[in-house]
Design a protein around this ligand. Sequence first.
Ligand code: AQP
Length: 330
Amino acid sequence: MHSKERVFSGIQPSGTSHLGTYLGALKNFVALQDDYETFYCIVDLHALTTPRDPKVLRSSVREIAAIYLAAGLDPSRAIIFRQSSVGEHAELCWLMNCVAKVGELSRMTQFKDKTQRGGAEAASVGLYAYPVLQAADILLYNAHLVPVGEDQRQHLELARTLARRFNNLYGDTFVVPEIMIPKTGARIMALDEPTAKMSKSRPTPGGYISLLDEPDEIRRKIRRAKTDSGTEVTATPDKPAISNLLGIYAGLSNRTVPEVEGQYRGKGYGDFKKDLAEVVVEGLSPIRERALELLDDPRELDALLESGAEKARAVARPVLRDAASRMGLD
Ligand code: AQP
């Protein structure tokens, strides 16, 4: 029998996931679990790149596990695990650190963005080198496909470059992964600032919709979401705010942006926002309710993550051994 191709992706336990993460990544995670062998990681080593309260980090890991399941991942099909439970990630990262170049990491725009306020000198070495760990995460499973949001494109290019370079230096070892970015929802913007990405580290909670926000909270945030001048509900470059809201509507209702535009022809922003709020509430409420139920039983979540880690280790170990041996470590 032909074995299935592999998918790998992950989410950082660095706060509650938001609508951008859902539309950009998680929705695709769920869609891929039937046709691929899927590995979905909770990337806690990545979360350490900025200082965290250890207690909060532990509970965020469980929260992401609950959100994975509540969004529709099925542990009998998808392998769900915590990155730090599979030591091979950190080990392969070191090998890949010795293949990656300082010049490549210095070009990463996310590092530049994240250090804009505090300055690069004060950032952790982990934050600088984290794209190499991300490459190791993916290559360790010989993943063919990596579903992510648009903001990860540059990091994925690096993973591809490192796979190719390693293969050229040491012989064919790694699959060169393909990036999978959704047509709608690849870059959801902040509700209060449509030129900035919706992100959990935004200082203004009105800018993002958390996957655990209560329905009334969601309605309030959509009501207050920034709009553009004019009245027409259309996605045009001069209307970044409405374009973003249209993308959210389309992504959650599995329709295209032109279809949604058509529905609101001749109607104003008020009608559109009112309906959008209900679309978001309807889309996210089942996830929130199920995630909260699952969080009532943290031991069950821990057991699920441990069983996922065991399966992940079984795949990762021989790949790491092969890579290390090709480099002369045996
Ligand atoms: N706004 C977004 N639109 C579309 N996709 C997004 N993703 C994140 N934000 C958006 C995608 O979600 C996946 C998981 O992201 P993550 O939580 O691991 O890390 P991140 O990209 O750093 O998310 P944030 O919210 O921006 O976190 P902070 O503020 O901590 O840096 C990825 O596939 C990402 O592309």
